[in-house]
Ligand binder design. Structure first.
Ligand code: NAP
Length: 264
């Protein structure tokens, strides 16, 4: 099989590391994107050594308006052709909307919505022109319902799923695919970064490896969407959520995300 290069944002995070490992293990090259240059270089060295592949790094804060252009321009300037664009970076954050700061929520919108949208705006036309290329957008099961105590996060993921699925249809028959991955709660840095570690939602979080594999396989197949990694609590909740009266659903999501709810 021809060697493919995957550009992965949030590459050294929990799920990102799994994507990088899966792709490198399959013999693919990597463009690792994140904001900590030392972590990126260490990761690149590890995969280069372990799998004898080529790994480039791009250190950039994805909350910055210029981030997507800087990534695209770096690839162009170095002649790095991207075959797979994996929009993985993202973060949540527990708290009442009125208690969270403007900066926190605007940075979340920038990382979870704006930069993935800009990256696709830049890379997709090249993919379509070439007649090949794959995009994997990491959304969340949070996309399926509103999320009191993470109001903005759930809304960013609803955007990501809706946008991603619309793109899947627009590029159909071009040789390019766009796939959306919707994971349940995973054991990554996400819960700690978002102040969610002691919530019921994360009490039975799953390993990110099987989720990354499901997402990667779905991307290769050009599937529309894949839901993966639901724990015993989330599976029935997800299946039943469209039937649950909205106000009751909102109460339940609120309780799942209350600080200290893991012990209840
Ligand atoms: N874990 C879950 O339960 C869960 C469930 C559903 C969906 N997801 C989604 O899965 C994706 C991966 O998250 P994860 O679970 O692997 O969490 P994670 O371990 O916290 O990884 C998130 C990655 O995104 C990076 N990132 C965050 N803000 C950034 C910024 N401004 N600039 C550059 N990089 C930034 C982080 O880098 P730093 O370490 O430098 O911040 C980290 O590498 C996210 O889109 C998340 O929304 C996670």
């Amino acid at each position: 099989m021809e060697k493919k290069t995957a550009l992965i944002t949030g590459a050294y995070g929990g799920l990102g590391q799994c994507f990088a490992e899966i792709h490198a293990k399959a013999g693919g090259d990597l463009i690792l994107v994140g904001r900590d240059p030392k972590k990126l270089v260490a990761q690149a060295e590890k995969f280069t050594e372990k799998y004898k592949i080529t790994a480039h790094t791009i250190a950039v804060d994805l909350a910055e308006k210029e981030a997507a252009w800087s990534i695209y321009d770096t690839c162009e300037a170095n002649g790095w052709t991207v075959d797979y664009l994996i929009n993985n970076a993202g973060f949540g954050g527990q708290g009442e909307f009125i208690a969270r700061t403007m900066e926190q929520d605007m940075a979340m919108i920038a990382v979870n919505i704006e930069t993935p949208t800009r990256l696709a705006k830049l890379f997709l036309p090249d993919f379509v022109k070439r007649g090949s290329g794959k995009v994997l957008n990491v959304s969340s099961t949070a996309a399926a319902m509103p999320g009191p105590l993470q109001a903005v996060y759930y809304a960013t993921k609803a955007y990501l799923t809706s946008w991603s699925e619309a793109l899947w249809r627009e590029v159909k028959d071009t040789g390019v695919t766009v796939t959306c991955l919707m994971p349940g709660a995973m054991q990554t840095g996400f819960a700690q970064a978002g102040g969610l570690s002691d919530t019921k939602l994360f009490a039975n979080a799953v390993s990110p490896l099987e989720v990354a594999q499901a997402g990667y396989d779905a991307m290769l197949q050009g599937e529309l969407e894949v839901i993966a990694g639901l724990n015993a609590l989330q599976k029935p909740f997800m299946n039943l959520s469209p039937m649950i009266p909205k106000k009751l659903l909102l109460d339940n999501v609120y309780k799942l995300q209350e600080r200290g709810s893991a012990d209840n």
